[in-house]
Unconditional design. Structure first.
Length: 254
């Protein structure tokens, strides 16, 4: 993916990584359209950043995705990058169905069906562009599970394998598939995460991501250094240790 000169749609970009990425990409000479569910927040962001366009979209609603895609493509026929950023993360207790079922269904709808429906809405158009990219967003937790968020972990593992598969299928087109794999970052994704000293500061994460995109335009996965501990535990042969450290069960505290 080139660092500049793109027209980019980022649903789920009204806060956190999505918004920070939208601003960074705008600064580097891209036209960015952000999407979100809450009209008031979109209007506020449009007033603060008039160079960025906005569109209302609920990625858990198939009809909303279809309507937003029509609006985006009508206003920006040069669109060549889709970043499927929207996602939710929830703590679950799988000892009883009331502790997880409703949450699991919401997570799968938003984190798995949402990106699938977004790709369905844009893939034909993207193939008409000479150089296009679909950016998926998985997580370090796609490779090492956090005990309290089973559905989130599973949804991101699904996104990783979906990315791998789409890359193979679309290899005969102009569309690249790039997977962004964040570690824990200081965002409002979970209560208290913005102030979690163990999470990566958002500005540091974005700076490293932008550097990686710029210096590795042909990369298949964007991995900041801090996610590699989770990403490659199995390959290194220390997966059990990584799981124990992540979940606070390592007796040596490493």
């Amino acid at each position: 993916m080139d660092i500049s000169g793109n027209t980019i749609f980022i649903p789920g970009a009204t806060s956190g990584i999505g918004l920070a990425l939208a601003l960074a990409l705008t600064e580097r000479g891209n036209k960015v359209i952000i999407g979100g569910r809450r009209t008031a927040i979109l209007e506020q962001l449009a007033a603060e950043h008039p160079e960025i366009d906005t569109v209302v979209i609920d990625t858990a609603d198939p009809g909303s995705i279809t309507a937003a895609a029509k609006e985006v493509l009508a206003g920006h026929p040069s669109l060549n990058v889709l970043i499927a950023m929207a996602g939710i993360m929830q703590v679950e207790d799988w000892h009883r169905p009331e502790g997880f079922l409703a949450s699991a269904e919401r997570v799968v709808t938003t984190n798995v069906l949402g990106p699938i429906r977004l790709v369905a809405a844009f893939v034909e158009h993207l193939q008409s562009r000479p150089d296009a990219t679909i950016v998926t967003v998985s997580s370090g937790l796609a490779f090492t599970p956090l005990r309290v968020t089973p559905s989130y972990n599973a949804s991101k593992a699904a996104i990783h394998m979906l990315s791998e598969s789409l890359r193979l299928q679309l290899s005969d087109t102009s569309v690249k598939v790039l997977e962004l794999e964040p570690p824990s970052v200081r965002t409002p994704l979970m209560p208290g995460q913005e102030d979690n000293e163990h999470a990566m500061p958002l500005d540091e994460f974005i700076d490293e991501v932008m550097t990686l995109i710029e210096t590795q335009p042909d990369a298949k996965e964007i991995q900041v250094e801090r996610v590699k501990f989770l990403r490659y535990g199995e390959a290194r042969g220390d997966y059990d240790h990584v799981v124990s450290v992540l979940n606070g069960t390592d007796p040596h505290g490493r």
